[in-house]
Design a protein around this ligand. Sequence first.
Ligand code: PLP
Length: 417
Amino acid sequence: MNAKLETGATTRPVTRQTFDDVLVPTYAPAAMVPVRASGLDLWDQNGKHYLDFTSGIAVSSLGHCNPALVAALTAQLNNVWHLGNGYTNEPVLRLALALTEATFADRAFFCNSGAEANEGALKLARKYAHTKFGPHKSRIISCLSSFHGRTLFTVSVGGQPKYTEGFEPLPQEINHIPYNDIDAARAAIGDDVCAVIVEPIQGEGGVIPGDPAYLKALRELCDQTGALLIFDEVQSGVGRTGALYAYMDKGVTPDILTSAKALGNGYPIGAMLTTNEIAAHFGVGSHGTTYGGNPLAATVALNVLETINQPAFLARVKEASDKIFAKLRKLAADYPQVFGEVRGSGLLIGLPVAEAFKGRAKDITKAAEALGLMLLIAGTDVVRFAPALIVTDAQIDEADRILRAAVDGMLNAAPAK
Ligand SMILES: *Cc1c(COP(=O)(O)O)cnc(C)c1O
């Protein structure tokens, strides 16, 4: 028996203060502690209700505690949890078949997070170029203000210097270019480049859609130089933009695609998808992870994929998107002193703040949260909306009502000049 369990450690009272006392202070979580959630509804320790328009940062796309996912996971929990890579398992085989049938890819590698999926993609691109062209072809091109994860390799590839400061020495041969700038890409992508990694829509960097002509130009430059084009669809993937993957709407096919976040609806899983030819450069022992593709994660992801990859489901995402865009355009028109022009794709939406509110996106989401609406930010100047893809019209109306009340409250407290 576990002595700790007998002493009541599992039921000991905890509060938000406990975070400050015993967690490594890498985050500044909200003052309230969520304890229960269903769909887009969430309740904190005091029983207060919130409408969740964050879906855990574009993760829980089918809603919290989705009953079909709970049933599938529960069944698998009573079959087998974990095997290790000496054995494969039925759920991961089915998931790999489903993902490769649904996308350009022939093969999948599974891991546990977006950063790991990108780490695998970048390592594979280096390995591919190394064996096919030689060690001189090692340069990686990435975009400024991009985000690719928090391992040392992925923060170095990401285009946000604040995430690498103090962690030097960093992996070498990585250059950053401005996003959506074709001339800069042409100048940077030479014969020594092994990979170009890009988000089809930048999420953390402020919800900035990639220009299809730009992505097409990257494709051509990669074809000309033998570099691999990696699409980081960790945030944009699995229905978030109204396509199963954003590349499908952009008319550009990558060589490697990374997926995570919504793939597991909150159960950790990441995937790297690629072609037969490229995958062949990762042989037995080249790369791996203990938990990647375990039966629990694979079961959830398979059910997520089968639910989202339906024409009617994806059509509804676009319909809900149109509805939110219309609401936010009206909001920005009614409050020009607070908001700029809404942007994004599907249900990944950014509402930048106006000049008078520069740096205050967080204040807006805090005010909304106090009134029962959970929102995200993307940087300090953009309010980000990423509700579950199952959001209803009534929930969109309610979010609009609460956000307006929150903004009114801020303006009454301290009128903008
Ligand atoms: C969230 C995110 C990542 C990192 O995913 P983790 O699961 O946090 O490691 C990578 N790329 C993009 C585009 C993301 O949005």
